[in-house]
Design a protein around this ligand. Structure first.
Ligand code: ADP
Ligand code: ASP
Ligand code: MG
Length: 404
């Protein structure tokens, strides 16, 4: 059997934890299995490296940022190989270049294109545990890239897919996927199983327990995932195509504070205005989320939308470049103090009234809604960031605790 195990930053945060992970992997190895281990950078080291970069240059070239932050994962795999050697088990660490983990050239947010398996297979055949850097990639010009924050999950799922692994286990600091972030909603419940589609929505809406691309990839290649804790042996949550969701209307509540609201006011009310605005942003690969168009004064219109705070400065500078030509408007306002709170559930399609219940929960808590967006399996609202935790708890109580 071939097993891919991925351990996140907290799970390898210090010497004791590194040995804990080493022992868990060795147990699997000693059962005669082939073991591929994907590691993230230790503790908060990626954040620390980014802070170092920004201290030197608030707007660092993205290529150089990737060159820097990719180092964190290399420290983890090499230390882990040393820990395993200390425990008398043969292991080898490989970075993305050594494996040949090919990605696009979109620095800080690259997409995996292909992975060579020869080296990994050869090392497994010589009965070594193979330790691979998560998050890292290399583009066709041999530049180092990274897959975006949280991207080690995607490295693990991609490896499980190309190696046709029998198991792909994501070990983290909580023991599964919960109905909401258990650090925000203390009575959140652990899910035994969840579908790819619902997990993908939750991850995309801010539930950082899995990188959203990892779920996308797992669905595409049919990789069944288990999310579990590196600190205990509890069962965890299975992510798969058809899951038993215990007839829950809503499977989870998620929040995203990493967004900003841009309001473009006093645009001409004529065809093509929205197209030009969003086309400029699309050309720079800037994703736009919730969009609201409203009537302005004297025959003008206003368009408000959200972007990730990571893209905010770039979005503003792109818009500024076109203000004299194709984006004539009176003013552009920015609000960084907003957050998005969402409910997700496949059961929503066939049940009327989910939105009303969500709005009631917010009304009872006295929280104002700034924008609303819906799809078949989710409803999102934009609110003042300071009420995020309160909103999460109110909505969770309304749907999940009340359904018990
Ligand atoms: P790792 O370093 O192991 O990748 P992350 O910090 O990326 O760990 O992800 C685990 C964290 O995800 C948890 O500590 C938890 O706070 C957060 N989280 C957010 N939403 C959820 C959820 N629905 N279920 C479980 N954890 C969640
Ligand atoms: N170390 C990277 C990050 O902090 C990747 C990961 O943890 O998955 O984003
Ligand atoms: Mg993570």
């Amino acid at each position: 059997m071939l097993v891919v195990k991925k351990f996140g930053g907290t799970s390898v945060g210090n010497k004791e934890r590194i040995f804990n992970v080493a022992k868990r992997c060795i147990e699997e190895y000693q059962q005669g299995n082939d073991v591929v281990v994907v590691l993230s950078a230790m503790g908060k080291s990626t954040d620390e490296l980014i802070a170092k970069a920004k201290d030197i240059n608030p707007n660092p070239p993205k290529r150089e940022l990737d060159m820097l932050v990719s180092v964190g994962e290399q420290i983890s795999v090499s230390l882990m190989a040393m820990a395993m050697a200390q425990l008398g088990v043969p292991a080898v660490s490989l970075n993305a270049f050594q494996v040949a983990m090919h990605t696009t050239s979109d620095y800080t947010n690259a997409r995996l294109r292909s992975i060579d398996v020869e080296r990994i297979r050869a090392e497994l055949d010589s009965r070594k545990i193979v330790l691979i850097t998560g998050f890292q990639g290399v583009d066709k010009f041999d530049n180092v890239t990274t897959l975006g924050r949280g991207g080690s999950d995607t490295t693990a799922v991609a490896l499980a897919a190309v190696l046709k692994a029998d198991k792909c286990e994501i070990y983290t600091d909580v023991d599964g996927v919960y109905t909401a972030d258990p650090r925000i909603v203390h009575d959140a419940q652990k899910l035994g199983e969840i579908t790819y589609d619902e997990m993908l929505e939750l991850a995309s809406l801010g539930a950082g327990v899995l990188h959203n691309r990892s779920v996308e990839m797992a669905k595409k290649y049919g990789v069944q995932l288990v999310v579990r804790s590196s600190l205990n042996t509890n069962e965890g949550t299975i992510v798969k195509e058809n899951a038993k969701m215990e007839k829950m209307l809503v499977s989870g509540v998620a929040c995203d504070k990493n967004i900003a609201l841009i309001a473009v006011c006093g645009l001409q009310d004529q065809p093509g205005v929205a197209f030009k605005l969003f086309n400029h942003l699309a050309h720079h690969n800037i994703n736009v989320d919730v969009i609201l168009q409203s009537v302005g004064h004297d025959g003008t219109k206003d368009i408000s939308f959200t972007v990730s705070t990571d893209n905010l400065d770039e979005a503003l500078s792109v818009m500024e470049q076109h203000r004299q030509t194709s984006l004539i408007c009176e003013k552009i306002d920015v609000d960084r103090n907003v957050s998005k709170v969402s409910v997700v559930g496949a059961g929503m399609v066939s049940n009327a009234g989910v939105a009303a219940k969500m709005f009631e929960a917010l009304y009872d808590a006295g929280i104002n809604i700034q924008m609303i967006s819906t799809s078949e399996i989710k409803i999102s609202v934009l609110i003042d960031e300071q009420y995020t935790e309160q909103a999460m708890n109110a909505i969770h109580d309304m749907f999940i605790n009340a359904a018990k």
